[in-house]
Ligand binder design. Sequence first.
Ligand SMILES: [Zn+2]
Length: 237
Amino acid sequence: MSASPTIVLLQALAAVDDSIITLDATLASSDGRLKKIAGERTSIGTVRDSITARRTEETGKLRALDEDLRGLARQTEVARDRQFRVHKLADVQTAESEREDLLRLTRDKRVELEHQSTVLASISAEFEVLEERERVLDAELSGDGGRYASTAGEANTERTAKLGERQAIEAQLPVPLFRKYEQVRERRGNALARAFAGRCDSCQMALPPTFFQKLRREGLVEQCPSCQRLIYYAASA
Ligand SMILES: [Zn+2]
C-alpha cells in the first residue's frame, strides 16, 4: 500500500524541520564560538592593563633601588676618603665603622635589587603567556573566525531555503492538520510519529489495538493518544 499524499507531505515537513533544527544548532555554535573568543579577548585586555600597571610600579621600585645603590656607592667613596684623611685612632675607627655600615647597607640593597629583578622577570613571563594566548585567539579569529562566519552564512542561506520548502508544503496541507502539527511541534520538538508493531515509535507507548488496526487499514493520520504526535501506520521500522 502506498502512503497517502498527506502522509508524504507530513514526512517531507518533518524532514525539513529536522534540517532546520540542525542548522539552528550550527548557527548557535558558530555564533557561540565567536562570542566566546570576543569575550576572552576583552578579558585579556583587562588583565593586560593590570599587568602593565604592575610592571610600571615594579619598574619604578627597581629604579629607586638602583638610585639608592648609586647613592650608597658615593657615600662609601666619601667615607673611604675620610678614613684616609683622619689621623686620630678614634676618628679612624669611626670612619671605618661608618664605611662598614655603608657596605652592609649596599649588600642588603643588592639583595633587594635582585629580588626586584625576579619580580619583573615573572611579570614579563606573565605578559608573554598573555600575548601568546592573544596570538592564538587572533589566529582563530582570522582563520577559523572566517570559517565560522562562512559556516554561519551557509547555514543561514540553507535555512532560508528550508523555510521556503516549508511554506510550499504548508500550502498543500489541510489547514487544521498543519495547525495541529505546529501545536504539537512547539510542545514536543517534533510532531510526527509512526505506528509500528502496535506502538508509537516516538513515545514507545502501546497503541489501543483497534486504533492501530484503523491506522493500518485506512492509512489515516491521527494523534497518538499518549504523546499527541500526528501518527500514521508504517509497515517497517
Ligand atoms: Zn506517541
